[in-house]
Structure formats: C-alpha cells, structure tokens
Design a protein around this ligand. Structure first.
Ligand SMILES: [Zn+2]
Length: 277
C-alpha cells in the first residue's frame, strides 16, 4: 500500500529539513533540485551529468555541523531561500566549469566597470534583459522568463557587439563564457553596500505588491548597482525555473539524498533503549 501523500509547502520543508526529516528532504530535492541543475547548466555551461558533484557539494556544505549553514538561509519565502542557494551554488561552480566550447571574451570584457558601462543609460527592464543575454539565455526562454517579448530590448541588444557578440546568437540556454561570467557574478555579489536592497523587497516588487512611490527609489538603486541587479535577476530566475525546470527522477533524488544527514528510522532507539540511556 502506498503511503498517504504528504503535502509539503515551502515553510514546512524549510522547517523540517533543519531537523533532518527525510521526507522533507525528498520534497526539497524534488521541488528545488531541478532549479540547481538548470542554473549550473546555464551560467556554468555544466551538463546535468557533470553537475551532480557540485550540487552534492553545496548540499553537504549546507547540512554540515547540524545544518548550520541551512539555518542561516531565508525562512521568509521560497524565492529568497532559492536566491541564497543560487549564490552559493554558482560560487562553487567555477572549479567544475568545463573550458571546452567556452568562448574566451576579450580581456576585461567582464570587469564590473566594463559591464556597468555596457548597461549604462538604458531602462532597468533592458538592463535585466542584457544581463540574461550575457548569461547565455536564448530569446525564447527570455520571453517566458520576463513575460514580455525580448524585442522591446532590441535596441539595447545592439550593444552586444564585438566582444559580446556570442551572446546574440545563443541557440541553447548556456553561457558562452562560463568562467568569466561566474567570476563576474561573484564579483558583483561582493559589491554589496549598506544601501543595497534586501531580497524580500525585490520579491515584493516582482510580485507587484508595492506602490509606485516605494518602487521608484528601489528600481533606481538596482539600475545603478551591479550587486542588486544580480540579485534582482537571480530572484526572477529562480522563480521561473521553480515552475519550468524538468523534474528529477526519483533515482536522482535518492542519489543526492546520500550526502544529507537525514534521520534514519532504523537507527532510532526504541522506547526502552531511550529509557536506559
Ligand atoms: Zn545595491
């Protein structure tokens, strides 16, 4: 007889996974595992079969020392939680990122000042689209991700000439210059200042929950800050792949589960053993 299905929500998963609950971890990997693989495939140009060790490494780090690192991740919302994990995962990726098929952009093309200049003077929507083009997104996926035709940013895309030309002609969602791009993302994340926008405010804006008055100064900051633009685009991205990424098989989930210190029911002490200890 099949066990009763357990309905997991983000909050339940987040809470129970800290206690090493195996069912919660299965649900976490079922819900979010596909997002991890997609992110590595796009930003790191790492194929699914080669991405497993990186995902496992991230999960092992997250759950070490009694789930210490996991406890520091967001409890507020699924996207903030995934935004945290996305940053960590992409920081772990460069070691594994394969250099084959990787286009080497002209030196300095991904220096933050150079990227800031590339994005300068266009509306935030176009900056975000340029960001995703540099990350290797095709226009088809970009349209689903942004829910608007990338043609609106056609003029901005014309900036992708010379050293960024490869971003204009991607045929699959895969970064043409993963090593340089991952280094840029890491650099962008390090540019955080006291004026930077908390993730929950970005999520509220993406969800249309704030008034124009609240939104305007935030969008102005994000427009001029690579750290916040990276977070802004990253939160949109994880929300999209949470719905759109292909599911993992149960065998894949079980293999990932191997690195997580979940409670093993068989190892539980019996009532009498507990009385004696
Ligand atoms: Zn900022």
């Amino acid at each position: 007889m099949k066990p009763e299905p357990v309905l997991f929500t983000f909050h339940k998963i987040r809470e129970q996974s800290e206690h090493g609950n195996a069912a919660a971890w299965r649900a976490l990997l079922d819900f979010y595992g596909p997002v991890f693989f997609r992110l590595l495939e796009i930003h790191g140009a790492i194929r699914r079969q080669e991405a497993s060790p990186i995902v496992k490494k991230m999960l092992a780090e997250l759950t070490a020392n009694g789930f210490e690192r996991l406890r520091t991740t967001s409890r507020q919302s699924e996207r903030e939680f995934l935004g945290d994990l996305r940053a960590r995962l992409l920081e772990m990726a460069p070691e594994a990122s394969t250099s084959e098929n990787s286009q080497v952009p002209a030196s300095g093309a991904f220096e933050p000042e150079k990227v800031a200049k590339l994005l300068d003077g266009v509306p935030l929507l176009h900056k975000e689209m340029l960001f995703f083009k540099l990350a290797g997104y095709t226009e088809n996926t970009l349209e689903r991700l942004m829910r608007i035709s990338p043609r609106v940013a056609e003029k901005a895309f014309e900036r992708l000439a010379a050293e960024y030309q490869a971003a204009r002609s991607t045929e699959q969602d895969r970064c043409p210059w993963p090593a340089a791009w991952l280094a840029f993302l890491k650099h962008a994340r390090s540019l955080k200042t006291e004026h930077c926008i908390p993730a929950h405010e970005i999520v509220r804006i993406h969800d249309g929950q704030v008034s124009w008055y609240e939104k305007e100064p935030v969008e102005k900051h994000v427009s001029g800050c690579l750290h916040c633009l990276e977070a802004w685009a990253g939160l949109r991205e994880v929300g999209y792949w949470r719905r759109a990424a292909d599911p993992l098989s149960s065998a894949e989930i079980e293999r990932l589960l191997e690195v997580i210190p979940v409670e093993k029911p068989a190892a539980k002490k019996s009532f009498f053993q507990r009385l004696r200890s």
